[in-house]
Each structure stands twice: as structure tokens, then as C-alpha cells.
Design a protein around this ligand. Sequence first.
Ligand code: GRF
Length: 220
Amino acid sequence: MKADAAPLPKIVVLASGSGTNLQALIEATRERDFPGEIIAVGCNRPGAFALERAAQANIPTFVIDHTKSDSREAFDASLMAELHRHNPDVIVLAGFMRILTPDFVRAFRGRMLNIHPSLLPAYTGLNTHKRVLEAGDKVHGVSIHFVTEELDGGPVIAQSEIRVNDDDTPESLAERVQQQEHLLYPIVLRWFCEGRIQLAADGVQFDGSLLPSPMRLADS
Ligand code: GRF
């Protein structure tokens, strides 16, 4: 816990890979005025670099290896048990490459955020950068949304867009989208920890009012 502070909202980050978003969140939450604290990082891959990043920041980690679970339900039950042990106020999916069961999602309804590399509702699922290029889109981006039972389909809180250039490749798009991710996720997590955003029956409430459309950070 940060020195001389009242208890802060507890954040658990779940990741599967390199953890660049986790790193951005670690750096943001280290700021003295950040209204939340990452209390644990969970991972489904034992060797993921995200675990190393957490360890370097002295954040406790746990691993639930999905290859050791007999079923999706068994994996989710193990993950749920670990999360209940930490009792987080918010679960942040940051490149967590597992589809969660509806029961799991319902248990954390309104308290679980995900980042997805497209301007949802366009391009749910994988390989978004390639699909954007194939479609000839001129605009691409990133979305942060509440997690609901529908894959990549929960109400979108905020988006950031980038322009697609003629010479872009999936890799160059991924790089620019990730730059936006690292800016946007800390902002949205701050809003959540401040109690400014809530999942309502009909969408996202921001400061008590229903958002007519996602908050937008436009690329310059
Ligand atoms: C991000 O691009 C995110 O949008 C997607 O997975 C990637 C995770 O990257 N869901 P990292 O592990 O945070 O570097």
C-alpha cells in the first residue's frame, strides 16, 4: 500500500504475454496520486514476460497454467479461487488470451475491463490489424470495454484511433495501436478507480450519465 494513504481500490491484472500494457499500468499506478493499487498479476502461461515485469515491480504473481486444466470450467474455477483470495475491486485483462466462461464473467460483472486492438464493434476476435488492412480501412484503433458474456462485445468505455497509411503492415499498425493502448488503459483505469465509470443495464455510465458513444482519444 502507498504510504500514509487510505485503502485504495485493489486491482488484479491478468496477462498472457509480453505485458507491455501491464508495464504501462504499473508505471501509472506508481504515481503518487493514482487512485488504485495493483495487488497481484495473474497469468496462464508460466514463462510469460508479464510475470517478470510484475516481479521487477515487487507485485505478487500467480500462474494458472491452462494446459494443466482438464476443461475451460476447471481453469476458470482455479482462476476464480485465486481471484477470491485477492478480493480485487477491479480485474484488468491486459492481453489475457483466454476466453472466460459466462459464469466467471457474471461473477465479476461491472468489475472487469478488457482492451481490444480494434474500434469495436468492428473486428472482434484475433488478427485485427491484418483484417483492417485487407478491408482497406483508413482508420483503426483500440477499445477498452467492460467484459460481458459476449466475446469482445461488452459496452465500450473509451477508444483511441489511428490513421491507416498506405504503407502500413500488420506489424506497423500493431506498434501504433499499442502506443495508444499504453496511453488509454491507465486513463480508463483511473476513471474506474475514481468511481466515475460504471456498467449500467443499457451501457456505460460516466459521471452518472449514460455515454451516448465511447469516450474518444483521437490520434494527432
Ligand atoms: C494488446 O495489443 C491487446 O490489445 C491485446 O493483446 C495485446 C497484449 O499486449 N488484447 P501486451 O502483452 O500488453 O504487450
